[in-house]
Ligand binder design. Structure first.
Ligand SMILES: Cc1cc2nc3c(=O)[nH]c(=O)nc-3n(C[C@H](O)[C@H](O)[C@H](O)COP(=O)(O)OP(=O)(O)OC[C@H]3O[C@@H](n4cnc5c(N)ncnc54)[C@H](O)[C@@H]3O)c2cc1C
Length: 265
């Protein structure tokens, strides 16, 4: 049994966000962190490992410096790391990214009882498309926005997912893919023995040559050529003017008056 966790390295947007003159995110000048939802995905996999002893494999597609993040995830308890990296993969949109990651997961192998865990959404690209697209490309059943997982003896899962106005509980057979949100769990920290062990654990790089014979990889399914979407324009929205603070015990009446003056009510 394996838990495969997809993890993206992202710029830390909690501090000052640097934007280049052309409107693109200046990734190089911002610290890189593990995408927050992906730590919840890893925690779900490590909890499963605590109960079953399953192998936890972390997978990331990104440039070579992502090795540091993957070593940290090995120190948190993952058993094996795979970095998918190559110039041929550059310029990929979400469709091509999920195609390449699906090929990497296919090479690792998905068998009965295995679970692929993703975060719901990356804090830089923000599309929440990659997890569901990987599931489609690997023909796996998927459950998104997962807040609770109960493992059944027959290998199936009872999974709760968050909806806009409530929750939904579904049964899903394995192998499957789950996209996780922060309400699922509290990610653990690295342990001191984990830090010592992380450089001895298996670490592999899947480059283009390693993946090119996988049936999911064709030159027109990866990189810019395999990307059906284009970034047309990127810009920072103009700052809004300062707001008006209403004070006193009758703010509702004041608000109603302002809206009436503007003929909005
Ligand atoms: C036309 C176009 C060109 C682009 N060119 C580039 C480029 O040249 N360089 C570049 O860096 N980006 C590029 N991007 C952005 C890139 O496509 C996205 O960063 C990537 O597809 C992930 O999408 P997202 O950030 O919205 O992830 P989401 O779909 O929000 O992520 C959901 C989950 O999927 C998993 N996941 C997502 N990405 C990865 C990953 N890389 N590795 C492992 N797991 C992952 C994680 O579990 C994550 O929580 C481009 C996008 C477009 C539209």
């Amino acid at each position: 049994m394996k838990a495969i966790v997809c993890v993206k390295q992202v710029p830390d947007t909690s501090g000052k966000v640097a934007v280049k003159e052309n409107g693109q995110l200046d990734r190089a000048s911002m610290p890189a962190i593990t995408n927050p939802d992906d730590l919840n995905a890893l925690e779900a996999a490590l909890t499963l490992k605590d109960h079953t002893g399953c192998e936890v494999v972390v997978v990331s597609m990104g440039p070579p410096p992502a090795e540091g993040m993957l070593r940290e995830l090995l120190a948190r308890g993952a058993d094996r790391a795979v970095l998918i990296s190559g110039r041929e993969f550059g310029g990929s949109d979400t469709f091509a990214t999920s195609q390449i990651i699906a090929a990497g997961i296919d090479e690792i192998g998905v068998e009965k009882d295995d679970i692929v865990f993703c975060g719901r959404q990356a804090i830089d690209g923000d599309t929440a498309q990659v997890g569901p697209q990987i599931a489609e490309k690997l023909h796996l059943p998927q459950v998104s926005y997962v807040t609770d997982i109960k493992y059944q003896d027959d290998g199936s899962l009872i999974v709760t997912r968050a909806l806009e106005d409530g929750f939904m509980t579904v049964k899903v057979e394995t192998p499957c893919l789950l996209t996780c949100i922060k309400e699922l769990n509290e990610p653990r920290y690295m342990s001191v023995p984990g830090i010592f062990e992380c450089y001895g654990k298996p670490y592999e790089v899947f480059d283009y040559n390693r993946l090119k014979d996988n049936p999911l990889i064709e030159d027109d399914t990866i990189g810019l050529k395999g990307s059906p979407t284009n970034v047309w324009k990127s810009f920072t929205p103009p700052q809004k003017g300062a707001g008006t603070m209403l004070e006193g015990t009758d703010v509702a009446a004041q608000m109603a008056q302002i809206l009436a003056d503007k003929h909005l009510i």
